[in-house]
Design a protein around this ligand. Structure first.
Ligand SMILES: *Cc1c(COP(=O)(O)O)cnc(C)c1O
Length: 421
């Protein structure tokens, strides 16, 4: 459920009509709903009620300061995958002890930043990284709590570009080598082993792959404890999928996911961390765009929008589907026609949808891409020197620009000309 609904024939974000935002901000723009963000965070938090846990929002899904601050205010921790994301979380007021540092290739500089600023736990993904972290921590005279990310070799049954838990993926260490790596970790200065980490992919639409992975983690917990390691935390990653269309099968709900976690891991007495990104912010954000032209081609009609692949790359990169809806509610029973929905960028990949059935639309009409909150604005670029798409946050009847559209001068003046030119 989200808070983007038609009211009096016009699509609203909570209590704000979208044409009002378009008038003020211009198009295209991302628009997020505070109520939806809060609702989704609470679904996860409540799903683990009664279990010692921390929901660490995966910052990479949408990293605007206003979004981080909203979630931090509800009690969220953060999962970061770069020094930049760590700095963002801290700037949004998240204390170090609520920040988990994940990622496959942390540099020594990034490690130093997190260790000096405070960090709840670093998830280590390889032995070379473990040694580097030990050096950095010992050099600072600190001891850093770590979990080792294990690769459980399960098939997440999701898009190949976002599957991370098979042995051929670059993530984590093979679970079969875990004992060896934990033994090495325990012997290193500056390292305090506290847990096990696993994350098998994104946009998972079934519980079974999670269950298989968590079962392996439970077994490993027993083995490592018998080896003398004090395994007291399990970081279960993120990855729960969202419905991108209203018609397709609904992915499992957070409450079902929580129940499965209890079943598989509840007996271990560990603190549980989860790192959802997409499910918290995906359906809490839309991309609003305006129709520039309608163009008739050979047996095809093109709807040319002022949003493009640089603003929302998921269709080009992951073949992703986004529902596209007119901002003015179509009259019931009106006929639909197939459109190729495209942006103005000079690439054939700049196609949002082919043969999409839509009600009649005209130049100047507003449309909204639903479920665009996750991996939308964060992946946007200025390709074709199109200004970075702005972001807007709605809270009941209020809205605020939380990232402004740059002017042409601002974009151009980021370049510098060498003195010999
Ligand atoms: C991307 C990622 C997440 C979040 O995944 P979602 O599918 O957005 O929930 C969590 N943890 C790690 C380590 C990740 O890389």
């Amino acid at each position: 459920m989200d808070h983007f609904l038609y009211r009096d024939g016009v699509l609203h974000a909570e209590d704000v009509p979208l044409p009002e935002i378009a008038e003020t901000v211009g198009t295209p723009f991302y628009c997020y709903s505070t109520a939806t963000l809060a609702r989704h965070f609470r679904l996860f938090d409540e799903a683990l009620d009664g279990v010692d846990h921390l929901v660490c929002y995966a910052v990479k899904a949408a990293s605007n300061q206003a979004i981080l601050k909203t979630l931090a205010g509800l009690g969220a921790g953060m999962d970061v995958v770069s020094g930049g994301e760590y700095a963002r979380a801290r700037a949004a007021g998240v204390p170090g002890e609520r920040i988990v540092f994940s990622g496959v290739g942390k540099t020594r500089d990034e490690m130093r930043l997190a260790l000096e600023g405070g960090v709840r736990q670093v998830n280590v993904e390889s032995e070379p990284e473990l040694h580097a972290l030990s050096e950095v921590a010992a050099g600072l005279g600190l001891s850093v709590p770590i979990a080792v990310r294990v690769n459980p070799d399960v098939d997440a049954r999701t898009h190949a570009k976002i599957a991370t838990g098979k042995s051929e993926n670059k993530f984590g260490i093979p679970i079969a080598r875990a004992r060896e790596v934990y033994a090495a970790a325990a012997a290193l200065p500056g390292i305090e082993v506290v847990g096990i980490d696993v994350h098998i992919g994104s946009q998972l639409t079934a519980l079974e792959p999670f269950r298989l992975a968590y079962r392996k983690v439970a077994e490993l917990t027993g083995v490592l404890r018998a080896d003398g390691h004090d395994i007291r935390r399990l970081d279960l990653g993120g990855g729960l999928g969202i419905p991108y269309t209203r018609s397709n099968e609904a992915p499992p709900l957070p409450v079902e996911y929580g129940a499965m976690i209890r079943e598989e891991l509840g007996h271990l007495g560990c603190e549980i961390e989860i790192e959802p990104g997409r499910l918290i912010v995906g359906n809490a954000g839309i991309l609003v765009s305006r129709v520039i032209y309608l163009k008739s081609g050979e047996g095809r009609d093109f709807l040319i929008l002022d949003a493009a692949m640089n603003d929302l790359i998921r269709p080009a990169m992951y073949d992703a589907h986004h529902d596209i809806v007119p901002v003015v509610e179509p009259t019931p029973g009106v006929g639909q026609a197939p459109y190729d929905v495209v942006g103005p960028v000079c690439e054939s990949g700049d196609t949002f949808a082919r043969g999409r059935m839509l009600p009649p639309l005209a130049e100047g009409d507003l449309v909204a891409f639903r479920s665009a909150g996750a991996y939308g604005a964060v992946m946007s670029s200025e390709y074709n020197t199109r200004p970075l798409v702005p972001e807007v946050l709605v809270n009941e009847r209020d809205f605020a620009v939380i990232r402004a559209r740059p002017t042409f001068d601002e974009m151009i003046n980021r370049d510098t000309i060498p003195e010999w030119l």
